[in-house]
Design a protein. Structure first.
Lengths: 319, 502
């Protein structure tokens, strides 16, 4: 029993926090625990969660990517425009993915070849990409009409919303890559000790470039999901997503210093944020005040997390 | 030295951590103005005991008397106020503050207005620095002074709080021989002011050169206390290890084979035109004082500086080595002198650290074979006798000797033909040292060639088949096994001998 409770607090700490919040939410509102509402929450969460998967890679190497929200917007806008001009859903998706990869690669090359800290490079890209969207859209939305395109964000397969299927695929792939590939190992080792990794023959620059490219790619995919869900590409789409994604990663127990953590709990972190949003809406809390509650819960969750962590490291050293 | 006046006395100290007795009924007496060596292998309980003396830990049972009064410390601040200071292995000075600011950190003198009195701070600092024989401007930044000087600043800091007992943990680890000499003379001067020194070191030679008495610990138990002059090297080692290590260095009988590796005109900011050859199965020692370029040369060959100036020939063929991954591919591996920053991923586990440099070997269609990894790790753990509770243990929690063995395991898995070892036994206890020397000997019997860069002279001479001496970035002398005595090596390194005959 004791073993079970310590496991809950250490290995599965993010899950424990999520379950606690779920229980509280169930008591607070009758409308919360229904299949429709839960699927709705997960579908909403999937947007930030897919970005957060990429952010997990970035943060595990000890980096940060602030440009994700803007990349979502630019790939969404270009995707919508391509759809209107060509009427090809395939091309629209392809363009979004390519744009995401291009911006991610741009980040990666500036960081590795230019030797500029990730914070600065991605901050610049965040502003730059947002500028691109505003210029391209002239500040207005681009509406999409294709039903096939809208399926990506709104459709169901076997009763499961399509974005949730994308979410599952992205996280499964991320988990497998981190655990079973040399690249995944390199991500952890670079975050743990960059110099020791380089001396062990790890190609640090290449790995880091790929990591930012993956983040960009997932932003491109998110751009498609978001545009398709809203039925239009908005110039302000994705604003603030970088903070939600970072919060999800940290709630998932990944260390901001890099080298420690994993990707699966990130989805739980995103769910914590989503459930909070949902329950506050269901309770008709003033949306401005909702942000205050969200901020406080994030602080408490991370505080609890660091307590659990020091507990588990104590147990480790006492072995 | 006042023979019998005891300043610090520990009685029956016991420290229990969950599941392990770290200190088992330890008693210790430190006399006024003496230099008292504490020795023992890693894990013998030295650092736990020091933490109890400084108040970083509280003991489970036992008593501490300071100047005949029983004391109980619950923080290092309390012990410092009474006059017990500790200088740690890793320096605790702040690089971007001045020497003076560091000395008085947290205790800056203030004027009536409550502002820092800078004039007093720097003039007091100057006085303290001169007491430790350091003639530098206290307004210099810590990052701009040498390692040896920072060590002196640490001592000055202890003097500023009127320390009566100063604990030093491996204080000479980063100093050159020249600097060590100066350091010792200053420590001896301190004892004339009735300051007592507790001196922890793995370098046994220093114990004989410096200390008055020595206490040996093993496995958390007190073994023996004696006058340093009444014991000798072999006795100390056998007391520490608990068995006789008769041959710390394996007996080597190397017969010269063919040239396997050759470098020509290696240049970088610290190395000038270095040429040398390495024979198959040989241990080639490279010696030089701090800043002689010895470490820099070895790292150059490994592609550490990303662009190599010079030529490298492997089995007669020219190879390009511009980064570590290319060195590894060509069968050249390196054990860094800086284990924490360059050798290990301290926050990850043993398994991942050992396989890190050979992940390519574990790939099958781009997927890592985790079973093969485990098998490989277990083999290395057994071969190198790494003591662990699980291969999933975090490397940062291992002792120095075991950490170094993990580095060796990682490097050996790259199947090197040429092995570069930079200070391979730094911060490693005697038992693990002997094991590392055995491993080196076994490797050379498999025709692996080793370049050993070490400032530990007995080790360098005990292990090397041939020695190159470096000074100011250049290789100034080659000595064969018979010629390579401590005296000869050292005098070429400091430039005492005319080297025209080279």
């Amino acid at each position: 029993m004791k073993k079970f409770s310590t496991a809950l607090m250490t290995k599965y700490r993010t899950l424990t926090i999520l379950v606690l919040i779920l229980i509280i939410a169930t008591f607070l509102s009758d409308a919360f625990l229904t299949i429709d509402n839960i699927l709705n929450v997960i579908r909403q969460v999937s947007i930030v969660a897919v970005i957060a998967a990429g952010m997990s890679f970035v943060i595990l190497t000890g980096g940060i990517d602030l440009s994700v929200g803007s990349i979502v917007a630019i790939s969404g806008a270009l995707s919508a425009s391509a759809l209107i001009k060509s009427n090809s859903v395939f091309l629209a998706i392809f363009i979004a993915v390519i744009v995401g990869i291009a911006f991610g690669l741009f980040n990666g090359l500036f960081i590795t070849k230019g030797g500029i800290p990730p914070f600065i490079v991605t901050l610049a890209t965040m502003v730059l990409a947002r500028g691109c969207v505003l210029v391209f859209t002239n500040g207005g939305p681009i509406a999409v009409k294709s039903n096939a395109y809208k399926f990506i964000g709104k459709g169901y397969i076997f009763g499961m919303p399509f974005p949730i299927i994308i979410l599952i695929i992205v996280f499964a792939a991320s988990f497998l890559v981190l655990k079973y590939t040399k690249f995944g190992r390199s991500v952890f080792s670079i975050g743990g000790n960059r110099e020791a990794s380089r001396l062990s023959g790890i190609n640090v620059k290449k790995t880091e470039t790929i990591v930012y490219t993956i983040s960009g790619l997932l932003c491109g995919i998110t751009g498609v999901i978001l545009t398709s869900r809203l039925g239009s590409a908005q110039p302000t789409a994705g604003t603030g997503y970088e903070l939600d994604a970072i919060a999800a990663v940290i709630l998932g127990g990944t260390s901001l210093a890099g080298g420690q953590g994993s990707v699966l709990p990130t989805v739980l972190g995103a769910l914590i944020l989503g459930v909070l949003d949902n329950i506050l809406t269901l309770m008709n809390v003033n949306p401005f005040a909702a942000d205050i509650v969200k901020g406080i819960v994030i602080l408490l969750a991370v505080l609890a997390d660091s307590k659990f962590k020091s507990l588990s490291s104590k147990m480790e050293s006492n072995q | 030295m006042k023979e019998n006046e005891v300043i610090l006395r520990l009685e029956n100290i016991v420290k229990v951590f969950p599941g392990v007795i770290a200190l088992d009924n330890i008693s210790l007496e430190i006399r006024k103005g003496e230099i008292h060596a504490i020795c023992g292998e890693n894990g013998a309980g030295k650092s736990t005991l020091m933490k109890i003396i400084t108040g970083a830990y509280t003991c489970t049972s036992g008593k501490i008397y300071f100047q005949d009064k029983e004391v109980k410390f619950s923080s290092t601040k309390q012990s410092e106020e009474l006059g017990i200071s500790m200088i740690y292995q890793e320096f605790n000075l702040i690089p971007h503050l001045t020497v003076g600011e560091n000395i008085f950190l947290g205790r800056q003198p203030v004027n009536k207005m409550g502002f820092v009195d800078w004039n007093k701070l720097y003039s007091d600092a100057k006085v303290l620095l001169s007491r430790v024989g350091l003639n530098i401007d206290p307004k210099k930044l810590i990052k701009d002074i040498s390692v040896a000087e920072t060590q002196m600043v640490e001592i000055a800091k202890c003097l500023s709080v009127n320390s009566k007992v100063i604990i030093m943990d491996e204080p000479t680890a980063a100093l050159s021989d020249e600097e060590i000499k100066k350091f010792f003379s200053i420590i001896k001067k301190l004892t004339e002011e009735d300051i007592s020194i507790i001196y922890i070191t793995h370098r046994l030679e220093e114990i004989f050169e410096l200390t008055d008495r020595v206490t040996v610990f093993r496995d958390g138990k007190f073994i023996k206390e004696m006058k340093t002059s009444t014991t000798n090297h072999d006795e100390l080692v056998s007391l520490m290890v608990g068995k006789n290590i008769t041959h710390l260095y394996p007996k080597r009988d190397y017969q010269k084979k063919d040239v396997v590796f050759q470098v020509k005109k290696i240049n970088n900011s610290q190395v000038k035109n270095a040429d040398f050859e390495l024979y198959r199965g040989e241990i080639l020692g490279i010696y030089g004082l701090l800043g002689s370029g010895n470490i820099s040369l070895s790292k150059s060959i490994y592609g550490f500086y990303e662009a190599l100036q010079g030529e490298i020939y492997l089995e007669g063929n020219k190879v390009n080595i511009n980064k570590p991954s290319e060195a590894i591919k060509n069968g050249i591996s390196l054990v860094s002198d800086d284990r924490k920053n360059e050798g290990l991923i301290l926050i990850r586990n043993i398994r991942e650290n050992i396989s890190l440099a050979s992940l390519g070997e574990l790939e099958k269609n781009k997927v890592l074979d985790l079973n093969k990894e485990k098998k490989m790790v277990y083999e290395e753990v057994e071969k190198l006798n790494i003591k662990l509770s699980s291969i999933e243990q975090i490397v940062g929690n291992l002792s120095g000797g075991n950490q170094q063995k993990v580095v060796f395991a990682k490097i050996l898995e790259t199947k090197p033909k040429i092995l570069i070892l930079d200070e391979p036994t730094r911060g490693v206890d005697v038992g693990a040292k002997a094991e590392i020397y055995q491993i080196m000997d076994q490797l050379t019997q498999k025709d692996i060639s080793i370049i050993l860069v070490s400032t530990d002279l007995p080790e360098l001479i005990g292990m090397s088949d041939r020695v190159l001496v470096m000074r100011e970035g250049a290789i100034v002398k080659e000595l064969n096994k018979e010629q390579a005595t401590q005296k000869a090596v050292l005098s070429y390194a400091v430039g005492g001998i005319n080297n025209e005959e080279i």
